[in-house]
Design a protein around this ligand. Sequence first.
Ligand code: SAH
Ligand code: SF4
Ligand code: F3S
Length: 484
Amino acid sequence: MTETLVSPAVETADTPATKRLFIKTYGCQMNVYDSERMADVLRPLGYAPTDTPEGADFVILNTCHIREKAAEKVYSELGKLRLMKLDKAASGDGAMTIAVAGCVAQAEGEEIMRRQPAVDLVVGPQAYHQLPELLTRTARARGERIGADFAPDAKFDALSAPRVTTGVTAFLTVQEGCDKFCSFCVVPYTRGAEWSRPVADIVTEARRLADQGVREVTLLGQNVNAYDGIGPDGSPSTLAQLARALADIPGLDRIRYTTSHPNDMSDDLIAAHAELDALMPYLHLPVQSGSDRILRLMNRKHGRAKYIDLIGRIREARPDMAISGDFIVGFPSETDRDFEDTLDLVRTVGYASAFSFMYSPRPGTPASTMGTQVPDDVSRARLHALQALLTEQQVAFNAAQAGRTLDVLFEKVGRHGRQAIGRSPYLQSVHVEDADHLIGRIVPVQILSGAQNSLSGTLSASGVDRPVLQGVRPSSGDALRAER
Ligand code: SAH
Ligand code: SF4
Ligand code: F3S
């Protein structure tokens, strides 16, 4: 998955930044959000983010446990950091404190401490608000491991300090944890039970973001559409109700959410897509497999027909909805026939983009001890075949935008001249020349061409902001995209 650095240093007026903080983020967007929050709680202690680990006073690896490769990367990175730590001490430049955070910290904290003595502290995803205190303690003794308990409310209360943001888009965690226990997945063990933040807290955070110029928020949750945070009247609120409350915030023009589970795609959420212009027509709705037999073994708790029917109902409400997904190939006992069912489902749905992975057995999950593991070369061949189909769909979806006018939110300047890069409603990256003055604005763009990973366009009108809503429905079979 992706590796991300936190955004460049932003100092607040009253806190001179004297210490260098380097955070490397692996895994999902929730880790990106958490890394930004960690930088926020450390800022008052004088830590300013830097973009290289060399010479940093504090290094945090915010880790991912989802597949074996993701977890193993952490140990190789720690090996490099150990040498930097020794260099720093030898040059008389003071100590480098090394922390491991995130899902690997939660899942195998003791092992990290055992395998890599250079690590000073290990902190699980629910304990980031304790970082300032942990740092003072590690000055005295190595070996803290914090965060085995799950109490997300304490974390979010303590992290509600104002965020400092410079971008026009932002992630906003609204839900954390998972009760689904898919048989292949570590997330219910690393992130704990499903828990939702109250509506009022989210609205406050979103308002502050909008005041700082954020035009688009992506609401995050491991099962974001299972959101049931306390609403203004004291009863649980749905994700659709939350989206309506956020759509009323002046300046906040676009709302996205990820990741959703098919079983939590309620009628009111589907209806909200027909009703709310701010809710973008792009939905990440992983299905994992197209075979009923495999879906049962995966404990996904729905079959293929239910998923296909759901996609139909979503497209009835919002005909231009771009669908994205996640797939696993080579799940234990998957046959050629099961895999054919997956390809067939992909052809039926038509994806705008998708991520596909080779099954990775994870310690402690039921699937890891199923007797019929699929050989690697078989899984790899299936992955290639699936990715070829998904890429074909993605290319077709992007190419089909040529000649249309799409509203683009410009996010940053491009690499060449006065180029600007933004996002279409369907989350496609759009490159436009002579548009660098439009960063932070939503502007109609005439699309000239679409390649696999981006679109090129030209400013079509006067560059005036206006409500979103153009585009095509990726018709079944000729839609969209592939792999991470
Ligand atoms: N909560 C989300 C996904 C979280 S993990 C959901 O339910 O869809 C992101 C993706 O990683 C999953 O959708 C799945 O496709 C993949 N994944 C999870 N565990 C995996 C494993 N053991 N091997 C391979 N891929 C895995
Ligand atoms: Fe993992 Fe399944 Fe939960 Fe998604 S729904 S986080 S795949 S257990
Ligand atoms: Fe990875 Fe944890 Fe996210 S395992 S995908 S960082 S929830």
